[in-house]
Design a protein around this ligand. Structure first.
Ligand SMILES: [Zn+2]
Length: 424
């Protein structure tokens, strides 16, 4: 099975579009050299040198895919102790349950059908299928696969490629649906993955990919979703361009609010499949929003640069007036924002995380801000709390206030906003 050579993104500098191979890539934002955002540091690692890599937001004039132009080797990014767990926060767990129910309904899945999730993490999504009696299998390269297996979600601990698709097919048969949530934008081996999925799907099988969405990133000023894990930020147009190069049809698309705005694309095996009007409608919306024009991205960059200045002015003014300001949460995007802005522990002394987080006791890469148990903010009651997971601001503010927090909140993006505790 062959796939276009440019669909194997090589480690190092990338000079052509990862989707369509066009050389017409434009620089939108240079975020400097940055460490890997999810490679949190232990105390001992603070005594060692730290690796950084170029982080630039690029845009392809041909297919409108936004991408970075330096690829870190996947084995370095998704090391065995990669800390992300999808089941850990309730909104995410609920959200994944909804995905299952909607797919079961849309594709009439029953106990004969096999659902495979690639990048299945702790198996939260597959758990939803399992409860409804659908056969399941997870594929997950990191040690999180062990949690999943321990909880009864059968998971192969491996990267997904054509070879693995053959092994799975021989052992479990063909799948009716294959899902990826928040991993398809991350993969270096696009060709291996798409060809492996094709190999493993039934003739009328569907691949459903959910990723953060370019239109939301651009309209929401979300430059902090750009990090080394996210090799690409897809527009619908670029996804269609991608699957045009294979025996697949993009048949439906939905938008949602996860990751601050996401796109769920249904890609059916075979050409000439019936296509939902949602596809044409969203393509039209992308054009109206100017996703095909360089000017749109230049305006985005200006907004980002302005938000940075406003945040830094606020931070410095707050410190100079003797008030206290700390950070809440340490999602991957916090690393992009704080490293680009140049904020270290003198300016934000710690990032508070849930008491169940695997990140506690670690340090933010690059800026070395400690990650601590959030109990501290209820004790210290700082004047301001910066919400690093600002795309979930409303939920977080309500929860913290209900638990007795008196601090005011700082929402850094898309434009700096301070929310008084009394306004929550
Ligand atoms: Zn392109």
């Amino acid at each position: 099975m062959k796939y276009p050579p440019h669909h194997f993104v090589k480690t190092g500098h990338i000079s052509r579009c990862q989707i369509c191979n066009s050389p017409k890539l434009h620089l939108i934002l240079d975020l400097g050299h940055q460490p890997l955002c999810d490679t949190l540091l232990t105390k001992d690692m603070l005594n060692e040198p730290e690796k950084t890599y170029p982080l630039r937001m690029m845009w392809c004039e041909e297919c409108t895919c936004v991408q970075i132009d330096y690829c870190v080797d996947g084995k370095e990014v998704y090391h065995l102790d990669y800390p992300y767990r999808s089941g850990i926060s309730k909104p995410l767990a609920d959200y994944q349950k909804d995905i299952c129910l909607s797919l079961i309904k849309k594709y009439n899945l029953n106990s004969e059908d096999l659902a495979i999730d690639i990048g299945s993490n702790d198996g939260t999504l597959l758990g939803g299928f399992k409860r409804e009696g659908i056969r399941i299998l997870g594929v997950e390269p990191t040690n999180i696969a062990k949690y999943a297996n321990a909880e009864g979600i059968e998971t192969v601990q491996s990267f997904f490629d054509i070879k693995l698709s053959d092994e799975i097919k021989a052992k479990y048969g063909k799948a009716t649906v294959i899902t990826t949530t928040n991993v398809f934008a991350h993969m270096q081996t696009i060709g291996e993955v798409i060809t492996g999925i094709y190999n493993l799907l039934k003739d009328d099988g569907v691949f459903i990919s959910e990723t953060h969405y370019l239109l939301d990133v651009i309209q929401g000023g979300q430059f902090d979703t750009i990090y080394h894990e996210h090799l690409r930020t897809y527009s619908l147009r670029s996804l269609i361009k991608l699957f045009d190069q294979y025996d697949f049809t993009v048949t439906d698309v939905e938008r949602g609010s996860r990751y601050g705005g996401n796109i769920r694309v249904h890609i059916t095996k075979g050409k000439g499949r019936p296509v939902s009007p949602n596809v044409l409608n969203l393509l039209k919306l992308e054009e109206e929003a100017g996703l095909d024009k360089l000017e749109t991205y230049m305006q985005f960059a200006q907004r980002v640069q302005k938000a940075r200045l406003e945040f830094m002015n606020f931070l410095i003014d707050t410190k100079e007036s003797g008030k206290s300001i700390v950070g809440k949460s340490c999602p991957g995007r916090a690393s992009t924002l704080l490293n680009y802005y140049g904020v270290d522990k003198e300016l934000i002394p710690y990032l508070a995380e849930l008491s169940t987080s695997l990140k506690l006791g670690m340090y933010l890469p690059g800026k070395h801000i400690p990650i601590v148990n959030e109990q501290i903010i209820f004790k210290e009651q700082p004047d301001f709390i910066v919400l690093m997971a600002w795309h979930y601001a409303e939920v977080i503010m309500e929860r913290l206030k209900a638990q007795g927090l008196k601090s005011d909140f700082v929402i850094p993006l898309p434009d700096l906003r301070v929310v008084k505790n009394s306004q929550v």
